[in-house]
Ligand binder design. Sequence first.
Ligand code: 5AD
Ligand code: SF4
Length: 430
Amino acid sequence: MPKVFIETLGCAMNERDSELLFAELHSKEGYEKAQKPEEADLILINTCSVRERPISKLFSELGAFNLLKKPTAKIGVCGCTASHLGASIFRRAPYVDFVLGARNVSKITKAVSERRAVYIDTDNDDSEYPFANYRSSKYQALINISYGCDKQCAYCIVPHTRGKEVSIPPKLVLDEAKRAADSGAIEVVLLGQNVNGYGGRFASTSDPIGFSELLEKISLIDGLKRIRFQSPHPLHMDDRFLGVFADNPKVCKHMHMPLQSGSSRILKAMRRGYTKERFLELAARVREVASDATISTDIIVGFPNERDEDFEETLEVMKAVKFEQLFSFKFSPRPMTAAAKMENQIDDETASARLNVVQSLYKKRLYEAMNAQIGKTFEVFLEPSTDGTGLYGKAHNFYAMRILKGEVGTFARAKAIAIERGALKGEIIA
Ligand code: 5AD
Ligand code: SF4
C-alpha cells in the first residue's frame, strides 16, 4: 500500500482539509498513513498564509522533506499558501510535484497522478462533494458547514485563498453529524470562516436555513452530547443566535469573539463592521445569557495607523471583557489585502512592545480565571492526555484539567483542585 505523510499548519479548517485529503487518497487509491516522511510515497504540506511566518517555515520544511524523502516520493503543497503562491512555488522549490489550493481538496488524486498539476481555483465548489468518511479523533468530529469568506477585513488574506462563501446544504451537514455520532463521536465542531453567517448562499438546496436553526437540528441527534463552533463573527450575533447558544444544553458555552482591536477608529479601517461599544455590549450579553460562558478572542496589534490611544482602548476592552482565552498577533501585511497598502505602517519595535503588553496582561488574567475555578465541580469528558501522563478532562465551557485516573471516553464529575504547570489539575468525585 502507498503511504502518505501529511503535515498540517494553520486553523481547524486546515486540519479538517487534511482529514479529507487523506479520506480521498485512502478511499480511491488505497493510501495508508506514514508516521514519518522518510517512509512516505507522498508528502503533503497543508499550509496557512494568514501571517508571513508560516510561509518562510513552509520553504525551509520543503527543503528538509526533499532531503529526507524516498527518491520516488512526490511532494505536494496544499492549502492557503498553495492558493496564493500557485505555480510560483515550483520556482522557489523545483522539486515540488504539485500545488493544490485550499478549496480544491477533491482534486487531490488527480493532482498526484498528473505532472506538475496546479489546482488553485477558489471558485471550485466542494460543498456537495461526497468525501469518504474519515476522522482522526474518535470523540470529536470536525465538520465543515461552509467554505470561503465574503467579509473583506482589510488585513485578511483568507477571502483570496479560500474564495467566496458557500454553505454546505443542511441535509449533508446533518448526515455527517449523524454519521459521526454513530461512529462514537460525542462532540462536533462546526467549522467555517464565519459560522453564524451560515446559509447566506448555497450551491443548491431545497432547505435553506440559518445557523441557529442548524444548531437546533444538530442538537436533536442522539448520541451527540456537545456542539462547538468556530469561528462566529460578532456582526452576526443576533438575539436568536444568542438564545440558542444560551438555552440549548448541547451547545457548549464557549464563544469565540474575535475583537481584533478595541479602537473604533481602527475597527473601521479594518472593516470589521462593529464598534468598540457594540462589541462590549455583545460580550456583556453573552455573559448575561449564559453565566458560565467563557469568551475567547483574537487581537491584532500594530495595524497601520494604530496610535498609543488606540492601543490603550484595546487594553481597556481586555480589562472590561476579561477574556478567558486570547490569541494575539502582530499585524502582518499580506499580499492582495487593503491593509498591506495603507500608509503609516507600524514599526516592528512598537508592535512587539504592544504584543508584550497584551500578552502579559492576558497571562495575569488567565491565572486569575483559573484560580477562580479551584473548588468548582465540572462535568468533564475524559480523553488520554497528549503527554501520556494521565487524562485530560474537558468541561463544556473550555476549561480543561489534568486528571490522574479515570475511564477514557466517559463523562465524569471532577473538581478543580490546583494549578499545576500552568494548567488546572482536577480529581474525579463520586
Ligand atoms: N496579521 C496578523 N494577524 C492576522 N490575523 C488574520 N490576518 C492577520 C494579519 N494579516 C489574525 C486575526 C484572525 C486570526 C485567525 O489571525 O486575529 O482572527
Ligand atoms: Fe486557516 Fe486562514 Fe490559515 Fe487558511 S490562512 S489555513 S483559513 S488560518
